[in-house]
Design a protein around this ligand. Structure first.
Ligand SMILES: *Cc1c(COP(=O)(O)O)cnc(C)c1O
Length: 440
């Protein structure tokens, strides 16, 4: 029985029904195949995750949870969702897991809108210092409905727990958010919990970037320190677009009369914030969370860290200002101020040679987020493709060659030497051919 339409069948159908769209999708696949992605917030979906997404699960409309749905026909999707929940609990040693959030952002919004009242105070990491939009950035919905306070990093780029405690004692937030989009060092979730307990605040740990390292024991797990842990599933879990909400030992604390934390979160996802779950994505989460429990994944995570360390050390040797002089996770942040090139120009110049990174504001940055004074690198995708230490060293040299031959004209205009560009494009192509994105 064919329970999913094969990649080949579906692409043939698409090509005959809609050649324009099909050709655009093909171009994108080819771009990915021939580019080295070093975007820290990205990774590669496991091929079997893509297989889950490409199934008739897409046709299922329902609301509610396994065994208490509002529509018929849920016999099998109930089992799929239960499997995803069990695997999420097992991957993170959690007591509670909700696999329905449509994204990492909505996971955070569900927790925040579900547990707090409008106008309540939140303390989160400042977006310039590495926090996420949903941690209370001025442009986010969170800042519109809550009173947001923020903490940054010290002049060396590290989280300063004493500073956070001072701010927390002063503003007495109802929720503290820890976890970051752009922070290369370990986060001490136990210290955050001590601060939260002093003011009786909830602690939310958002591990969107480091979920794989946490699951494989290479980073302290927040699961029993934070009241709630959230993550996106497409970054370091190599899964589908989506999010998870998890609880550890505090899952059954009472948050209202006769309501436990996990009961409150369950209702905060549905019916409070979301409608129908995306069942093909939930199957993809189940698949990715099983991969997370494998030996192969443990090895992948070790390589992710080895690679980021190689990258950081090589960049330092080449004279780059690597923020915090190194990394504990998959991420390397570079301050470009001393090189006279903006993040924007550096990103675009590297992209001309098919090396994909993203510009990033650095603490105290006086450039806007469109321009930025830094670059953020990550090693999830290259480790997945199987590049080794020598290739990472080679990548760093190619990056340096491109950046040193980029002549800056303005914040957004530059010229890249044509010979250097052609040479880099060929080197990148050779690496991409040697380490294909997918072995299919
Ligand atoms: C990427 C990220 C998110 C958002 O995830 P989306 O699924 O893209 O909405 C949330 N928090 C942090 C810290 C992130 O890095």
């Amino acid at each position: 029985m064919i329970n999913y339409i094969s990649q080949q069948q579906s692409s043939c159908l698409l090509e005959s029904e809609d050649p324009l769209l099909s050709s655009l999708i093909n171009k994108e696949s080819k771009r990915q195949k021939n580019a080295l992605s070093m975007v820290a917030s990205a990774s590669v979906a496991l091929p079997s995750v893509i297989a889950c997404e490409n199934t008739t699960l897409i046709n299922v409309t329902t609301e509610g949870y396994p065994n208490s749905r509002y529509h018929g026909g849920c016999r099998f999707v109930d089992q799929i969702e239960e499997l995803a929940v069990e695997r999420a609990k097992s991957a993170f040693s959690a007591k509670y897991a909700n696999v329905q959030p449509h994204s990492g952002s909505s996971s955070n919004e569900i927790v925040i809108f579900g547990l707090l009242n409008p106008g309540d105070r939140i303390l989160g990491m400042d977006i310039c210092s590495g926090g996420h939009l949903t941690h209370g950035a001025p442009v986010s919905a969170i800042a519109k409905y809550f009173e947001v306070y923020s903490y940054g990093v010290d002049p060396k780029g590290y989280i300063d727990y004493e500073q956070i405690e001072d701010i927390a004692l002063h503003c007495k937030p109802k929720l503290i958010i820890c976890g970051a989009s752009s922070y290369p060092r370990k986060i001490d979730f136990a210290k955050f919990r001590k601060i939260a307990d002093k003011i009786n605040a909830f602690l939310l740990a958002d591990i969107s970037h480091i979920a794989g390292l946490v699951a494989s024991g290479l980073h302290m797990s927040p699961i029993d320190h934070a009241h709630i842990t959230t993550t996106s599933t497409y970054k370091q879990l190599y899964g589908p677009r989506g999010g998870l909400i998890l609880c550890g030992k505090d899952y059954d604390i009472c948050v209202e009369k006769n309501v436990t934390l996990s009961q409150k979160l369950q209702k905060a996802v549905f019916p409070f914030y979301q409608g129908t779950p995306i069942l093909n994505a939930i199957a993809g989460k189940a698949r990715a969370l099983d991969f997370v429990n494998s030996k192969e994944f443990a090895l992948l995570m070790k390589n992710v860290i080895l690679h980021s360390n190689t990258l950081a050390n090589n960049l330092i040797e080449l004279g780059y200002n690597v923020i915090t002089q190194g990394t504990d996770n998959h991420m390397v942040l570079v301050n470009l101020l001393d090189r006279g090139i903006t993040g924007y120009c550096a990103e675009k110049s590297l992209e001309e040679c098919n090396i994909i990174v993203n510009r990033n504001r650095i603490a105290g940055d006086n450039k806007s987020s469109m321009i930025a004074s830094g670059l953020r690198f990550g090693t999830n995708s290259l480790a997945f493709r199987g590049l080794g230490q020598p290739e990472l060293k080679q990548c760093t040299e190619i990056i340096n060659e491109i950046l040193t031959h980029t002549t800056v004209i303005s914040d957004t205009q530059f010229r890249l030497d044509e010979n250097i560009k052609n040479k880099a494009v060929n080197q990148v192509k050779a690496l991409c051919d040697q380490f294909p994105l997918y072995h299919v």
